[in-house]
Write a protein that binds this ligand. Structure first.
Ligand code: C2E
Ligand code: MG
Ligand code: MG
Ligand code: MG
Length: 282
């Protein structure tokens, strides 16, 4: 019985592998065309001030409308784009689009909103990022402090010395920097001093069980305290319940992002949300 179960498992496993390989081929084959064919779209997820509830900005999150697979999330194609090198032109496209949006918002009465873009490890450690940012800032004249770049803790730690230099260069331009997925890497607290970001984003893995897991509650509370002591702001990711938001507010976490406030939505939907948030406060 064990033998036949073993064989069955093996067949099941290899069928799954074939499906995964098949999907990967579908993604890989089309990736380079996708940019030319305009198949990528930026969704925006609101970030809110935990005290007032106001929308203070958004994070731009990539989506791919694949002709066969439908909407594909970044976890499925960013790793492939990283390996193939497409991440560089794709990352350029994201930054250009994000700066265009900041420029557009000035004319819509939404000029107070901050907009964050995710940087890949390759973008961080390459040579084209700073010249591109200088060109985009020069073309538009947007306030660089409204542009935030998110670097994951693990990308920053691949080359801490270069990351420190990059962050210094961004700071010199007035661009904001957030350390994404904070707490998931092995670096953490001592590197905050070295990188001097403006903000840390507490990974949603810590927020999820904040009310039930005393360890997570302690880690989040201590992280907020330390960040504030170093003069950094804190945003919590993956806030899904009112109880999580209340806990975070009680620990003086500055901002929140998560399904409780808003899912990632299209640009038009986000602009409507942000305008409504302004009216509520007025
Ligand atoms: P991230 O930067 O940590 O983005 C947050 C992810 O958490 C997003 O997933 C978002 O949809 C999801 N999320 C937000 N609120 C909640 C919540 O309350 N509950 C749960 N369960 N999830 C929530 P998404 O959009 O699938 O993006 C995944 C990752 O892909 C991002 O993680 C980021 O690392 C990467 N990514 C997205 N856009 C880009 C991009 O333009 N460039 C690069 N290099 N990476 C990107
Ligand atoms: Mg992010
Ligand atoms: Mg994150
Ligand atoms: Mg993440």
């Amino acid at each position: 019985a064990a033998k036949s179960r073993g064989r069955g498992n093996f067949q099941f496993f290899s069928a799954e592998m074939n499906a995964a390989t098949h999907e990967r081929l579908l993604l890989e084959n089309r990736l380079w065309q996708a940019l030319e064919q305009n198949e990528f779209e930026l969704y925006l997820q609101a970030q809110v001030d935990l005290r007032s509830g106001a929308i203070i900005g958004a994070e731009a999150l990539l989506r791919w409308h694949h002709p066969q697979l439908g909407m594909v999330g970044p976890d499925r194609f960013i790793p492939i784009a990283e390996e193939s090198g497409l991440i560089l032109p794709l990352g350029d496209w994201v930054l250009q689009r994000v700066v265009e949006l900041l420029d557009r918002w000035r004319g819509l009465g939404l000029g107070h909103l901050r907009l964050a873009a995710n940087l890949s490890a390759r973008q961080c450690h390459g040579t084209s990022l700073l010249p591109q940012l200088d060109r985009l800032l020069g073309q538009t004249g947007i306030d660089p402090a409204l542009l935030e770049l998110e670097i994951t803790e693990s990308a920053a730690m691949q080359d801490p010395e270069r990351s420190r230099e990059l962050l210094q260069q961004l700071r010199a331009r007035g661009i904001k920097v957030a350390i994404d997925d904070f707490g998931t890497g092995y670096s953490s607290l001592s590197y905050l001093k070295l990188f001097e970001p403006d903000r840390i984003k507490i990974d949603r893995g810590f927020v999820k069980d904040i009310e039930t897991d005393p360890n997570d509650a302690v880690i989040v509370t201590a992280t907020i305290g330390l960040a504030h002591a170093l003069g950094l702001e804190v945003i919590a990711e993956g806030v899904e319940t009112q109880a999580q938001a209340d806990f975070l507010r009680s620990k003086h976490c500055d901002e929140g992002q998560g399904y409780l406030f808003a899912r990632p939505v299209t640009v038009a939907q986000f602009e409507a949300l942000a305008a409504a948030s302004l009216n509520e406060l007025a």
